[in-house]
Design a protein around this ligand. Structure first.
Ligand SMILES: [Zn+2]
Length: 256
């Protein structure tokens, strides 16, 4: 038995011991067992955990073999009403590092790495902190308990240093990866940003429609918001890292 298989067995034991009887943990245990019994099969090929009209709580195209995040409670409707788009503004890259950072800091969110891989380490009926002080009409304060977080690995806002742009930790960003916003445009604060990669934007525009199609009665594109929309002035993500404003993203999603 290799280390990953052992880790899966420990996770199964944890679910059986701590969460026995909960519908979502039953689905998770079945899925982990599927991974051990048919290791070659992708999650999509395995028997679906959504039998009986149940909504999937794990995105079938997300990687999930990570330490689980510490969630804080269940969504009122058992599923997020929408999502918040973030950038990590961090220097860690890759799903493993991104997930570890999240667990260390006690947050809960999807991670999208530079190559467009998506990581999930929490069940979609459970919320955890990711947006901090925030507010939005219809959602009240602290939107983390209504909306799922999507963190995209990106340095975020850049500082001009002579003729080049640098990350806050001093790394020079190639000009082709920089997007400047001349003046505040919708949610986008004026300034220079490291762009999300094309693979990251593709992954985002794959994940969001899946989240909606999986539970269209609860998840709404009207609640796909930028952190800079729900925490204006305090936060500037996604700002100009995303190739369009958040209202434009919502419009695109609705048209897709
Ligand atoms: Zn954020």
């Amino acid at each position: 038995m290799n280390a990953a298989e052992k880790e899966q067995l420990f996770t199964i034991r944890w679910y059986v011991r701590e969460k026995w009887g909960e519908e979502s943990s039953k689905a998770e245990v079945l899925d982990l067992l599927g991974g051990l019994l048919e290791p070659g099969a992708t999650p999509q090929d395995r028997p679906s955990v959504s039998k009986g009209g149940q909504k999937l709580l794990w995105c079938p195209f997300a990687e999930r073999n990570f330490k689980k995040s510490r969630t804080a409670g269940s969504y009122a409707k058992g599923y997020p009403l929408g999502a918040i788009v973030h950038f990590t503004a961090g220097r860690r890259s890759g799903l493993e590092a991104g997930m570890n950072e999240q667990v260390e800091n006690g947050y809960t969110y999807f991670v999208i790495d530079k190559d467009g891989n998506i990581g999930q380490n929490f069940s979609l009926d459970s919320w955890g902190s990711h947006a901090g002080q925030s507010t939005w009409p219809g959602l009240g304060d602290r939107v983390s308990d209504d909306l799922v977080g999507i963190e995209i690995q990106c340095a975020g806002m850049l500082e001009k240093s002579g003729s080049v742009y640098k990350t806050w930790y001093g790394e020079t960003v190639p000009a082709s990866d920089v997007r400047t916003v001349a003046a505040q445009t919708a949610n986008q604060e004026a300034g220079a940003y490291q762009k999300y990669t094309a693979a990251q934007e593709d992954a985002l525009i794959r994940l969001l429609p899946w989240l909606r199609e999986n539970n269209p009665d609860v998840f709404s594109y009207d609640y796909v918001l930028g952190h800079d929309e729900v925490s204006p002035r305090r936060k500037n993500d996604p700002g100009g890292s995303l190739s369009m404003t958040m209202p434009a993203l919502r419009k695109k999603l609705k048209g897709a």
